[in-house]
Design a protein around this ligand. Structure first.
Ligand SMILES: Cc1cc2nc3c(=O)[nH]c(=O)nc-3n(C[C@H](O)[C@H](O)[C@H](O)COP(=O)(O)OP(=O)(O)OC[C@H]3O[C@@H](n4cnc5c(N)ncnc54)[C@H](O)[C@@H]3O)c2cc1C
Length: 499
């Protein structure tokens, strides 16, 4: 007696994309989500009329028909679309020595860099051209045509031979780090730091730790399709995926924490929920992190000991301090939505508290805040270690939020006087609401040193998706992980029909 064909643990973007596609392929799918809100790191929450993105707010290629964004390909497959608001400049970077605008438009971006370093702007152009060449080659093969088993070769040979040939010269770049490309093209220290920063914002690692295709994708998509914000915030993306899942017969159970993946004779057979209920299915897919899946959802004896140990030793990027604010908007007419502030040039950009990211999405979508107000999210890296809910917790929270307030003061000097709602999140908050090991941003798997693990696991019938699987961290990447997993569970005729 099976309850469904597939059980997906978690409704992060990775879990939702996997489940939606599998439902689209005709499988009976149930998602069990621990939280009462779907979306994982990309969920939104409401307080006193303000609608906050808990994590991502930077998106591109959500609407454009030619988009390479795997999330767009999943939405198309599910028959869903989003209303988006395009904007440019995509943000402002505030370094101690200068503030400058970052444009999606490559020429305008180079022009801004030129104002600060003419030599660096020329080098930056060579760097971009290398990566945009790779992007151009990648464009010929949609992610929806990929799967994570040997049969991918059949699909590529049958349908994409010319694109594959175009890709061949770029194969060394596919494995390379952005740092390799940067070393070959850029001497200027200022531009090198800029590229390190762009990589850090994407992967949590600097240029030498970030894979070249990730930045090629980002530069290509943002210069071609532009940057845009979904009307209704990140929740609009999550809602569209949930609608698509349900349209194709899939189910989403919220407040449904999975305690264990049930394994019999080396094969996944279902899950046991926190309330004791058992759900049976021949395929179980975990959208929880690698550490949570292998440490908590399975028993140690379910996995080969050395595989388990190596997996659990995967290094993790730190967690975050979050500052969610509702502020008065009076007089802030020319406010822009994205900012990154680096406080101290003598410190590494990855030092906790030194680089602060800011999103003010109500500048694009006014419905996210009560009239006359803005909704603000600022965050910075913060290690999990040392945080405890003890007597000092509240005071430490206030202290650690100060670097975020100082960053915000670069954008809105009188920010403190404007606050009508303040929510401070710590690594404990992040770990709790996102059910993520130590509240991590994701695995710190450096390019060239190791690769993100694939969707398969040593347990038959058990798969993993999300940001601790190939291709890595970020909304487009986890959507791609969902595609790779779902496609690997159907035959290539079914894939061909969908394509
Ligand atoms: C602050 C921040 C800002 C970001 N900004 C951007 C951005 O601008 N652009 C971008 O592209 N990316 C951004 N990212 C990255 C991106 O949001 C994530 O990489 C991505 O959303 C992760 O999705 P996921 O599918 O891997 O899993 P998650 O989002 O981690 O979802 C996993 C889900 O599984 C559930 N779960 C876990 N364990 C269980 C269990 N036992 N039972 C049931 N359910 C369970 C969790 O509750 C959660 O809902 C940002 C991330 C953060 C934290």
């Amino acid at each position: 007696m099976q309850d469904s064909d597939v059980i997906v643990i978690g409704s992060g973007i990775g879990g939702l994309c996997t489940a939606g596609l599998l439902a689209r392929y005709g499988k009976r799918v149930i998602i069990c989500e621990s939280h009462t809100i779907a979306g994982g790191a990309a969920h939104s929450f409401k307080r006193r009329g303000f609608e906050f993105d808990s994590g991502p707010s930077f998106y591109c290629g959500l609407k454009d028909a030619q988009s390479l964004n795997p999330l767009k390909q999943v939405l198309d497959a599910l028959g869903e679309s989003l209303q988006v608001i395009p904007y440019d400049p995509l943000g402002h970077y505030h370094f101690p020595e200068a503030t400058f605008a970052v444009y999606s438009n490559a020429e305008m971006y180079r022009h801004e860099v030129h104002k600060l370093t003419p030599q660096g702007a020329e080098e930056f152009q060579r760097f971009e051209e290398r990566l945009l060449g790779l992007y151009g080659a990648m464009k010929g093969i949609p992610t929806l045509a990929l799967r994570s088993d040997w049969q991918v070769i059949l699909v590529l040979l049958q349908r994409y031979l010319p694109s594959l040939a175009k890709m061949l010269p770029y194969l060394p770049l596919v494995q390379a780090s952005v740092g390799n490309v940067m070393d070959a093209t850029i001497q200027d220290p200022w531009v090198r730091r800029l590229i390190d920063l762009e990589c850090f914002l994407l992967s949590g690692l600097k240029a030498h730790g970030t894979i070249a295709p990730e930045v090629a994708f980002m530069l290509g998509e943002r210069s071609r399709a532009g940057v845009e914000y979904p009307v209704g915030g990140s929740a609009a993306i999550v809602n569209a995926l949930v609608r698509g899942l349900k349209r194709w017969g899939g189910q989403l159970r919220l407040g449904c924490h999975v305690e264990k993946i049930l394994v019999e004779s080396g094969k996944a057979v279902g899950v046991r929920l926190k309330n004791g209920e058992v759900l049976q299915a021949p395929i179980v897919i975990s959208n929880a992190t690698i550490w949570d899946t292998y440490n908590h959802l399975l028993n140690p004896e379910d996995l080969p000991a050395s595989f388990r140990q190596i997996s659990l030793n995967t290094p993790a990027v730190d967690s975050f301090m979050h500052l969610h604010l509702g502020i008065k908007a009076t007089g802030l007419d020319n406010l822009t939505g994205h900012h990154v502030a680096v406080h101290d040039s003598s410190q590494d950009i990855t030092t906790p508290g030194n680089t602060c990211m800011i999103s003010i999405p109500s500048v694009w979508d006014k419905t996210l805040a009560p009239e006359g107000h803005h909704v603000v999210h600022a965050y910075t890296l913060e290690p999990f270690a040392g945080w405890e809910r003890n007597n000092e917790y509240e005071q430490k929270k206030q202290e650690k939020a100060q670097s975020l307030y100082r960053a915000l003061e670069k954008v809105i000097p009188d920010i403190r006087g404007r606050v009508v709602l303040e929510l401070i999140g710590t690594p404990l908050t992040h770990a709790h609401y996102l059910r993520r090991y130590q509240g991590t941003y994701g695995p710190a798997i450096a390019a060239g040193k190791a690769m993100f693990p694939s969707t398969q696991t040593p347990i038959k019938g058990l798969y993993r998706v999300g940001d601790s699987t190939m291709p890595g961290i970020g909304v487009p990447a986890v959507a791609a992980s969902g595609i790779l997993c779902a496609n690997s569970l159907v035959n290539i005729q079914q894939m061909a029909e969908l394509l």
